[in-house]
Write a protein that binds this ligand. Structure first.
Ligand code: ASP
Length: 468
């Protein structure tokens, strides 16, 4: 007999069905037992009476066991109907009952939203935590939003291209995760902090509109809105000259995604306001202002583009850093001026902020070799170092690279706000804890054989490394 999904049972009154799912809860009225069964599509009440030959089996069943039920769908008496759920007006009278899989008693309740449960326990039993309604909805909306953006970009002529994970360091301002090479002992790959250089090389390769749902890795301390491993919707476009060329399409994607997938939300202002960096800092004392009327209203979405950032900022050692990254095009194309007054130069850079969160950032790029070299020099790189680290890009830019620009969404931050969550861990299936561990699998792990280390040419220094 073919399995019926629980959500379909509401329209199958009088028919015999087979349903499979988890036991959400059970109630005993002596000679009658009720099981609320949950599958991916919904929840349904099932009932078995003591005359049934499977009643003995039924008495052993506990919450979270998976069972298979065969029985007739019946309409419940009017006053027993639960109007809150789709299947609330029906129940299944069990004829046959089979246990598919038993479960230990879960370490926490799965019917609450889970915020009350200790974080470490939730992470250790993440596979159970994911069974709760809130987590399921977060994962489904994650899927839907990615799919929506992917389809939107596809329809607008973008090509999705994957770029390497084993790669070379690219400056996004964090530390790299390194992967030792066995074939080239003493050498290391870096995991990408972003596909920045590759996407610019794809533009050089003639792909005029690129995107990727890209996994990025940054070895930095974690916060509520930051994970070491996260997902970007990464976008790059050729033949764009000004910021607006990128902002317009991004704005269209964001508005249509929100209106289609989150109809309960209201967007405060359309088109999104464009605010200069100077204005934001002056008026709101931050470059990611929260422009909501009522900060307690979760359904209000206040987007804004922050533009005209300074190209450079001084770090604690008094050296120049790129405010976004060195590939951003300075608004000034005169190299002498750039070098003379770095503090005065604006970058053709933009951020998208949402309710006080920076959810995307990007820029128009320097596609001319000499400008890019000048920027690297201001950042303190010696000529030789530039050649060694970025020679490939400068060389590629000698072959007719079109003017280009792009942006990347911190996908989880965007979703976190839309889902009304306070931590991006809530929208990632298997996140790391605050100190960078994935507790359930036990990563990072020291469970590496001597042989494996030897073949990589690596020795572990046991004393604590002070320079961390
Ligand atoms: N690679 C940049 C980042 O990760 C985004 C961009 O400039 O497109 O922030």
């Amino acid at each position: 007999m073919k399995r019926t999904l629980i959500e379909e049972t509401a329209s199958l009154i009088g028919e015999k069905v087979k349903i499979c799912g988890f036991v959400k809860s059970l109630r005993s009225h002596g000679s009658v037992l009720f099981f609320d069964v949950r599958d991916f599509s919904g929840v349904l009440q099932t009932v078995i009476v003591s005359e049934n030959e499977d009643f003995k089996v039924a008495k052993k069943i506990r919450p979270e066991w998976t069972i298979e039920v065969i029985g007739k769908v019946k309409e419940k008496p009017e006053k027993m109907k639960n109007k809150d759920i789709k299947t609330g007006s029906v129940e299944v009278e069990i004829e046959k009952l089979k246990v598919l899989s038993e479960s230990l008693t879960p370490p926490f309740s799965l019917s609450s939203d889970g915020y009350e449960v200790n974080e470490e326990t939730r992470m250790r039993y993440r596979y159970l935590d994911l069974r709760r309604k809130r987590m399921k909805e977060n994962m489904i909306m994650r899927h839907k939003l990615i799919l929506y953006c992917r389809n939107f970009l596809d329809k607008n002529g973008f090509t999705e291209i994957e770029t390497p994970i084993l790669t070379k360091s690219t400056p996004e301002g964090a530390r790299d995760f390194l992967v030792p090479s066995r074939l080239h002992q003493g050498k290391f790959y870096a995991l990408p902090q972003s596909p920045q250089q590759y996407k610019q090389l794809l533009i050089t390769g003639g792909f005029e509109k690129y995107f990727q749902i890209a996994r990025c890795f940054r070895d930095e301390d974690m916060r509520a809105d930051r994970q070491a491993e996260f997902t970007q919707i990464d976008i790059e476009m050729a033949f764009v000259e000004k910021e607006e060329d990128v902002l317009e399409i991004i704005e269209e994607m964001v508005i249509s995604a929100v209106e289609n997938l989150f109809p309960e939300k209201t967007i405060k202002e359309k088109p999104f306001p464009r605010i200069t960096y100077d204005e934001a800092v002056k008026r709101w004392k931050t470059d990611r202002p929260d422009l909501r009327e009522n900060k307690k209203n979760e359904n209000e979405l206040a987007f804004a583009f922050v533009v005209d950032f300074p190209m450079f900022e001084k770090n604690e050692e008094g050296k120049w850093n790129a405010m976004h990254h060195p590939f951003t095009r300075p608004s000034e194309e005169d190299i002498k001026e750039i070098k003379k007054y770095p503090e005065k130069i604006k970058g053709m850079q933009y951020d998208l902020v949402l309710n006080g969160n920076e959810i995307a950032g990007g820029s128009i790029r320097s596609h001319k070799k000499d400008i890019l070299e000048a920027v690297f020099q201001i950042l303190g790189h010696k000529k030789e170092e530039i050649r060694e680290k970025f020679g490939h890009l400068l060389h590629a830019f000698s072959y007719g690279t079109p003017p280009h620009g792009g942006i990347a969404f911190g996908f989880e931050r965007f979703l976190m706000v839309l889902q009304g969550e306070k931590n991006i861990r809530e929208v990632i299936a298997f996140p790391k804890t605050g100190d960078g561990q994935e507790i359930m699998m036990g990563t990072p792990s020291s469970d590496i054989g001597e042989d494996q280390l030897y073949s990589l040419g690596i020795k572990i220094i046991k004393e604590k490394n002070e320079k961390q």
